[in-house]
Design a binder for this molecule. Structure first.
Ligand SMILES: Cc1cc2nc3c(=O)[nH]c(=O)nc-3n(C[C@H](O)[C@H](O)[C@H](O)COP(=O)(O)OP(=O)(O)OC[C@H]3O[C@@H](n4cnc5c(N)ncnc54)[C@H](O)[C@@H]3O)c2cc1C
Length: 443
């Protein structure tokens, strides 16, 4: 597999690390037809070099191997699904909870890193002219400008282009494959370990095409150009999963909103997701210094203001969290491994338990896929395998149907049969799981 086949087989998530390895500087990021950012290669692009830092490359180091190199000596614990870690928590940052996506821990950690001069800059995803992209940022007094999750394709090209000429150190936020790309760059260029001393991992259930936001905007009633999409408008009077999407119509400045719970399951169905994410087995950003996600577990999911799952993976990360507790900036409980696993159960079911059948499916269709960790290649029953097949179909359909219709009503009509089928299979599976658990029978 070379970098061209990674792109052709829809295995690129757009991190952009490879661009910096093109010695002839011909490669650049472009939008592909499915609404994802991918590299466009030049005739003389140095593909062999480029593939060395690709998180989805064949013969690439896996997360266990990189974890051993980067984290093993700095942590006290290891769990085969959570990776190397120091401590596990759930809760929030008092100052940033309301204006953040989950519990505001990412914004808090970044503020501390700047305030204490552990780094001089952040490289994070932030609004610019109504849209979102990775940007350098240094002003901790304005820190809330960096908050909130943005479900749009982004790329780190600028980081790798500028890092060696940037004065000072940089902390970065990234989803699992982006963090892996950073670790691969640091592996080949050890001086980057000092330049990027801290990485905040954003736990990710899959990267969405830019069509996802178009779909949400139209679902909210906005049918012309829009800006300032907000993916998590919280309802503090309600529970954590009760949030809205909003955007601003450019012509009229009208704010359009839609309750996410009225749109059905946007994550378990794989709608608008990148194919590559179906071949990622890193659920909790195993290679970051700290991993942050949503605490979708009782009692934390009862609060509409949101709570974070926190996994510290370095002494520095744990020190920041512990001093936040001492200074009463943070409200956190220590968690057991089982609780953290439970908080991402859906993602573990899909990304670990459902991986083998997807790998076999890709193999039988002569599609390429990156090598996967053997420990996650698990046999499942017929029904669960069928769910994976239906999910893969739904994912693919969502991208091609949006391209063909670009209209929410037509799209919903065309998606209906695959979504209904998937829902029926999922409900049967849920029922059987409940029944067999009650009876103490293993399916
Ligand atoms: C594509 C995607 C999928 C996700 N799926 C899950 C999931 O399945 N389960 C789960 O528990 N959590 C998931 N999250 C993470 C969750 O939405 C929150 O981002 C996380 O809990 C941090 O919350 P916070 O309140 O601490 O962050 P905040 O304080 O709100 O700060 C958010 C930080 O994330 C950065 N950021 C925003 N968008 C991106 C992006 N696209 N890429 C990299 N950095 C970004 C911002 O710059 C900011 O630093 C996902 C996030 C993304 C981007």
């Amino acid at each position: 597999m070379n970098i061209e086949s990674v792109i052709k087989n829809n295995l690129c998530t757009g991190c952009g690390a490879c661009i910096s390895e093109d010695e002839n500087k011909q490669a650049k990021m472009i939008w592909d037809e499915n609404g994802f950012l991918v590299p466009q290669l030049g005739v003389n692009s140095t593909q062999e070099k480029m593939i060395s830092v690709c998180p989805f490359a064949p013969e690439q180091k896996n997360e266990d191997e990189l974890g051993e190199l980067f984290l093993k000596d700095r942590t006290e614990n290891y769990n085969s699904k959570l990776g190397y870690y120091t401590n596990l928590y759930a809760g929030y940052a008092k100052q940033f909870r309301e204006t953040s996506s989950s519990g505001g821990i990412a914004t808090y950690v970044f503020k501390r890193l700047l305030e204490e001069k552990i780094v001089d800059h952040l490289f994070i995803v932030k609004e610019k002219n109504g849209e979102y992209s990775y940007q350098f940022f240094s002003n901790f007094q304005d820190i809330t400008k960096i908050s909130k999750t943005r479900y749009v394709p982004v790329t780190m090209v600028e980081l790798f282009e500028k890092i060696s000429t940037t004065d000072g150190k940089v902390a970065v936020s990234g989803v699992a494959c982006f963090v892996k790309a950073i670790r691969l760059k640091q592996y080949y260029y050890p001086e980057l370990k000092e330049k990027i001393p801290f990485v905040v991992g954003i736990i990710c259930g899959g990267l969405k095409s830019k069509y996802y936001t178009d779909f949400l905007a139209q679902s909210a009633g906005c049918f012309s150009d829009y800006q300032n999409a907000e993916y998590r408008v919280k309802n503090k009077e309600s529970f954590a999963l009760d949030y809205k999407f909003s955007c601003v119509e450019k012509n009229t400045n009208k704010i359009h909103m839609v309750e996410m719970k009225t749109l059905g399951d946007m994550w378990g169905t794989g709608l608008f997701k990148s194919n590559a994410c179906d071949f990622c087995d890193d659920v909790v950003t195993e290679l970051a210094d700290i991993s942050l996600g949503d605490a979708w577990i009782d009692p934390y999911d009862k609060s509409g203001l949101g709570n974070s799952i926190v996994i510290t993976r370095s002494l520095l990360a744990d020190k920041i969290i512990k001093s936040g507790l001492v200074e009463c900036d943070l409200v956190l409980d220590e968690l057991l491994e089982s609780k953290v696993l439970q908080s991402q159960q859906g993602s573990f079911n899909h990304r670990h338990n459902g991986l083998k059948v997807r790998v076999e499916l890709a193999s039988s269709n002569e599609k390429l896929f990156p090598p996967k960790r053997n420990k996650f290649l698990i046999d499942q029953g017929f029904l669960l395998n069928q769910i994976q097949v239906l999910r893969a179909k739904t994912r693919g359909n969502s991208l091609s149907f949006w391209k063909a219709t670009q209209n929410v009503s037509l799209f919903n009509k065309r998606m209906k049969s695959s979504l209904v089928k998937l829902k029926i299979y999922t409900l049967i599976n849920r029922y059987l799981t409940k029944y067999s658990t009650k009876k103490g029978v293993k399916k």
